[in-house]
Design a protein around this ligand. Structure first.
Ligand SMILES: [Zn+2]
Length: 211
């Protein structure tokens, strides 16, 4: 079941690797595929050798409905996000270095670049420390996300979500590009924030982008 979606998830994970957002078996990809049914990448597997049948179908109680693998250790947090944000169709989780570095000594990545406004929609908040593999990670994401489609988890990494997998993937790739630029700028000095009305103007223009 859901062969096409499973292939898309593996492709997304490989893209996350290509953009240096994860290493080895880190991070995960998940998708809502039906009422109370979610696809999650398996725990601790290399994405390069992952096959569609390795992706696990679970329900809202994290019970495995299809697949022989153990689901991602973050499955309970991911399901919590899906259940509390009904507009979310896909979630990606990374350990991307620049955005994660910002989370270690800042409370947000301000929407000071068009890529952040367009791909993440707002300031990207930093949620406080919580142990990994715990539902608390999902709770903090829901609480902190506000208008943004991504949350930097302090001492950990990034969780981004979207209506579909492409939106979630754009969320982490552009976030990392922006985070790198922001870190470089901060090394040179202070960074001025954009006024909210300019952020709103840029955001409304984004609807015309693409095919
Ligand atoms: Zn992680």
């Amino acid at each position: 079941m859901f062969e096409k979606e499973k292939k898309q998830m593996i492709e997304a994970a490989l893209k996350m690797k290509e953009y240096h957002l994860i290493s080895l078996t880190g991070g995960n990809v998940s998708m809502r595929v039906a009422e109370d049914k979610y696809l999650v990448t398996p725990s601790g597997m290399y994405y390069e050798t992952m096959k569609p049948e390795d992706i696990v179908l679970i329900n809202g109680r994290c019970e495995v409905l299809e697949g022989k693998r153990k689901p991602s250790s973050d499955a309970s947090a991911l399901v919590y996000i899906f259940e509390h944000k009904k507009e979310v169709g896909a979630i990606v989780h990374t350990h991307q270095p620049y955005a994660t570095a910002i989370g270690l000594n800042n409370d947000k990545l301000p929407a000071c670049l068009v890529t952040i406004i367009d791909a993440n929609h707002a300031d990207v908040p930093v949620a406080p420390w919580t142990p990994s593999q715990d539902v608390g990670m999902g709770k903090l994401c829901v609480e902190y996300a506000t208008d943004a489609n991504a949350v930097i988890m302090k001492n950990h990494g990034v969780i981004a979500f979207g209506a579909d997998l492409e939106e979630a993937l754009f969320g982490v790739v552009y976030l990392e590009e922006a985070a790198k630029t922001y870190v470089l700028a901060r090394i040179m000095g202070e960074v001025e924030e954009l006024p909210p009305e300019e952020i709103a103007k840029e955001r409304s223009g984004w609807v015309n982008y693409g095919q």
